[in-house]
Ligand binder design. Structure first.
Ligand SMILES: C[S@@+](CC[C@H](N)C(=O)[O-])C[C@H]1O[C@@H](n2cnc3c(N)ncnc32)[C@H](O)[C@@H]1O
Ligand code: SF4
Length: 390
């Protein structure tokens, strides 16, 4: 069983217009060293939830982890190690970096402490669009950041945003072309998601065009040897994100920091728990338990912040996360995890979706077809279970 840690770093240079993540403009939140102190306290309070073990993955996400001083990132790696959550040479250690937020010194410090994967928020190489969504960097600065990573022969991934207002198919093709030329080993294309009425909801490509845009990305990447392994993720063989895989293959992870979510296997069907997403409330909560240690979320966190899953919830999660992967839902895993009558009920449901051409079966896995990918929300709806369903 693999195990990984996620650390949320909620600092940004600016707030991008579309962003809904728990993150703050750096001047509007406590200084990063004080935030990292809170993380240390949180580690102390929760380390007994898990058996100490070397980590398979460690992921610094945000926000903009590359914005805070690199010694703080290193100090978090060391603090986890002090409690027995050590890293090994083969631990995948990822940090999200925004263009123009790292330099040679920062990079050296990351590398000296085992960081071996860089997720670059490129978004687009079109300066007009970057400006429109209030990104601070230019395409030129993204390319400079990539020069730095390439000079050290590093493994990096790109996030690409598509279906932005006024974005054209030709513009998107150009983004994908540059991303491939720049040597990314992993690309995550995200379709812009904003609520109705949001300033960026106007002038966007229509639904059909959005599907066309995704197809173009998929075709271009596939032609260059990338494989789509998850709904929003493509990688060259061997460069899939091991950390994100934890989320999709029902393995435990420990999330630290503002708004971070965690999953442990301590109860029959698993336990989820999560942190508040207001920094003041998070700080209050951590300070309220300062110096204490707990061995489970149930004995520590308010009811609104943890959930001991029931079978119908575990089944829903299992179906949704498995079907996000292109390899799909494994019959063997389904039958191992759930009682026979439940497993056969799900199999009947999935076989029904084959008739709609949303799902295909290869004698072991059910996976999304091309139509199922486009209509994945409907597939997930069909695979959502209530207590009375099982
Ligand atoms: C948590 S963000 C952090 C990455 C980094 N701070 C950045 O912005 O480059 C991870 C990714 O989520 C994607 N994202 C954020 N808001 C989104 C939205 N409203 N719709 C679609 N994708 C979004 C972006 O592509 C972003 O790179
Ligand atoms: S830099 Fe990234 S995390 Fe920060 S506001 Fe922009 S999209 Fe959100």
């Amino acid at each position: 069983m693999a195990f990984g840690v996620y650390v949320h770093i909620p600092y940004c240079i600016q707030r991008c217009t579309y962003c809904d993540f728990a993150t703050y403009e750096q001047s509007k939140i406590l200084p990063p060293d004080q935030y990292v102190e809170l993380l240390f306290k949180e580690i102390r309070q929760k380390h007994r939830y898990y058996t100490p073990q070397s980590l398979d993955t460690l992921y610094f996400g945000g926000g903009t982890p590359s914005l805070i001083p690199a010694p703080l990132i290193v100090s978090i790696i060391k603090e986890l190690g002090r409690y027995g959550f050590t890293t090994r040479p083969d631990t995948e250690i990822t940090i999200e970096i925004n263009p123009a937020t790292i330099n040679e010194d920062k990079l050296k410090m990351y590398l000296d402490h085992g960081v071996n994967r860089f997720s670059v928020g490129a978004q687009t190489f079109d300066d007009r669009l970057l400006k429109m969504v209030h990104r601070e960097h230019s395409a030129k600065q993204t390319l400079e950041t990539l020069d730095l990573l390439r000079a050290h022969n590093l493994n990096f991934s790109f996030d690409i945003l598509f279906a932005l207002p006024s974005q054209t198919v030709a513009g998107l093709k150009n983004d994908v072309k540059i991303a491939i030329e720049q040597g990314a080993k992993h690309i995550s294309p995200y379709c812009l998601t904003v609520p109705d009425g949001h300033p960026l909801s106007k002038g966007r490509p229509l639904d059909d065009e959005q599907v066309e845009m995704f197809d173009i990305i998929a075709d271009e990447l596939t032609a260059k040897g990338f494989k789509q392994y998850e709904i929003s993720n493509f990688a060259l063989p061997g460069f899939e994100s091991r950390h994100n895989m934890l989320y999709w293959v029902d393995e435990p992870y420990w999330g630290l920091g503002l708004s971070a979510h965690s999953y442990s296997l301590e109860s029959a069907w698993g336990t989820r728990y999560w942190n508040i997403n207001s920094i003041n409330e998070y700080q209050k909560q951590i300070l309220a338990f300062d110096g204490q240690e707990f061995d489970s979320p149930a004995k520590h966190l308010p009811a609104a912040q943890h959930e001991v899953l029931e079978m119908h919830q575990a089944l829903t999660d299992f179906c949704h996360t498995s079907m996000r992967l292109m390899r799909g839902l494994s019959q063997e895993k389904l039958s191992k995890k759930f009682p026979p009558e439940i497993s056969s009920k799900v199999q009947t449901l999935l076989n029904g979706l084959i008739k709609k051409n949303w799902v295909q079966y290869d004698n072991e896995h059910w996976s999304l077809t091309r139509d199922g990918l486009v209509l994945s929300n409907k597939v997930f709806q069909e695979l959502t279970f209530l207590p009375e369903d099982i």
